[in-house]
Design a protein around this ligand. Sequence first.
Ligand code: IMP
Length: 185
Amino acid sequence: MEYERLPDRLETLISQSELEERIRQLAAEIDRDFAGADPLLCVGVLKGSVFFLVDLLKQVKIPVVVDFFQTASYGSGTTPGEVRIRKDIDLSIRGRDVLLIEDIVDTGYTLRTILDLFRFRGARSVRLCALLDKADAREVDVPIDYRGFTIDNIFVVGYGLDLDERYRNLPYIGVIQDDAAPETD
Ligand code: IMP
């Protein structure tokens, strides 16, 4: 008999309207901080940041250019602190102001690695924008310049965040209410 997976029970942690409101505020902060600058190079970390990046940048009024960076995915057998590049950006960042856009900062290794790499490559400035901050899970320090929400050290899905590639298209941030949620520490 074929095993049929029952749907997970989801509890809303951050609703769609809360996300929309906070994203409007973050966009206003970015507009204010980068007013009059050269086009801001916004780099999304694939795949999780895509939903957030699109909604954020639709609210931003300053000129931007967009690129993407991808690291090896969470739980893929990398040892803690070892972040591999899966897809590099296409544009040059030398002398540019860069805004790195991420869905969630957990241990911090992903953003720390990309931040150091972009600085090494000669970016004029690199600022970090993260929708979610699991502050209690942090193992390396990362300076988050634009933070959507600080959350507890729990596994969340939706709005770009996945569990085995599922749930990315939920319009809200949810918590799975069964044993399927993996430990994150
Ligand atoms: P870090 O390098 O430990 O900060 O991990 C960041 C990455 O881990 C994020 O970009 C996500 O892909 C993934 N991640 C961390 N926590 C969660 C979660 O609660 N749900 C889904 N993905 C997560």
